[in-house]
Design a protein around this ligand. Structure first.
Ligand code: F6P
Length: 343
């Protein structure tokens, strides 16, 4: 078969491991040829490609980013988008396309699948909030990076009797915040699912001081917001091709408010794209490899319009529609566990 592959949306440690797995399983096991599209859906619309033979994928499993590069191009915004995608399928004589991405990239995959094109999805987001699967690759790496940051910030916070607010990624769900916060021993963790009460946060910090602890670590997800209806903090009015605002800055707001309300000196660290950069953990390389092999097998079984999915410990597949339009949130029980360690 002739298989295409693209990586779309924000990059994520493990993307190269997926590409490598598709090429290895496809070429060595099935006798396929694999072509990569450059910069997400933009490469499909413009038919810009990189031929993916065994040499092209040698030595990439440990590398962050994606050798295909990525973009947030949305062909559905172009009135000729679908026709252009079809033309590329024909020009490349594609039998199938594997789209590796999050809600937006897979939404486009679902759209072209509805138009009859053979497509298989692979779920990807460091936020770990895609529905239809239990775990996304890249999340483990992001948690490891954020946890190391929280670990390191403990000693400087303690040396200065400071509160340190650490802002991590997580637009709609606070998975990175909860995992890195609990693992790193944070004193308060704030997530989008649970709008926070500033006074309650300050009270937890005062309680620590009353116990003789003069420093605190607060981990906050970028999408966290105060109770009372205010939206998440955004960086200006920029909106991407899928209509998403650029988040970031809730940590600054919180640090300023905590200092003002408690009188404790407070600093903020925004981890930002550090969480997405660099080498994937062994766990993410393994998970991404499993997703790549599963997607290739799905293509050969003709399971189109579906997404590779981890269910418990097992690889499975679900309709693409199951991944779309709703985020997988941190459940109440897990957040309750985190609160045991607050204050
Ligand atoms: O969805 C993954 C994510 O890392 C979010 O946590 C974050 O808000 C967004 O991507 C940032 O995207 P960009 O690469 O456009 O800055």
């Amino acid at each position: 078969m002739r298989i295409g592959i693209l990586t779309g949306g924000g990059d994520c440690p493990g993307l190269n491991a997926v590409i490598r797995a598709v090429v290895r399983k496809g070429t060595m096991f099935y006798g396929d040829s694999v072509v990569g599209f450059l910069e997400g859906w933009r490469g499909v619309v413009e038919n810009r490609t990189l031929e993916l033979d065994l040499d092209a994928i040698a030595g990439i499993i440990h590398r962050g980013g994606t050798i295909l590069r990525t973009s947030r191009t949305n062909p559905a915004r172009d009135p000729d988008g679908l026709a252009k995608v079809r033309r590329t399928f024909e020009a490349q004589r594609l039998d199938a396309l594997i789209a590796v991405g999050g809600d937006d990239t897979l939404g486009v995959a679902h759209w072209i699948s509805g138009a009859g094109l053979p497509v298989v999805g692979v779920p990807k987001t460091i936020d770990n909030d895609l529905s239809g699967t239990d775990l996304c690759f890249g999340f483990d790496t992001a948690v490891a990076i954020a946890t190391e940051a929280v670990d390191r910030l403990h000693s400087t916070a303690e040396a200065h009797n400071r509160v340190l607010v650490v802002e991590v990624m997580g637009r709609e769900a606070g998975w990175i915040a909860v995992y890195s916060g609990v693992a790193g021993g944070a004193d308060v963790i704030l997530i989008p699912e649970k709008p926070y009460d500033l006074e309650a946060v300050c009270e937890l910090l005062r309680r620590r001081h009353a116990r003789g602890k003069y420093f605190s670590i607060v981990v906050v997800a970028e999408g966290a917001r105060p109770a009372g209806g205010a939206g998440p903090v955004t960086q200006g009015a920029t909106i991407d091709a899928f209509g998403h605002a650029r988040l970031g800055g809730v940590g600054n707001l919180l640090a300023e408010q905590i200092e003002r309300h408690t009188g404790y000196e407070t600093r903020v660290v925004i981890l930002g794209h550090t969480q997405r950069g660099g080498t994937p953990t062994a766990f993410d390389r393994m998970l991404a490899t499993r997703y790549g092999v599963q997607a290739t097998d799905m293509v050969h079984r003709g399971e189109f319009g579906r997404m590779a999915s981890l269910q418990g410990q097992t690889m499975a597949s679900v309709p693409l529609a199951e991944a779309l339009g709703r985020n997988r949130k941190v459940d109440d029980a897990l957040y309750e566990l985190a609160t045991v360690f607050f204050g």
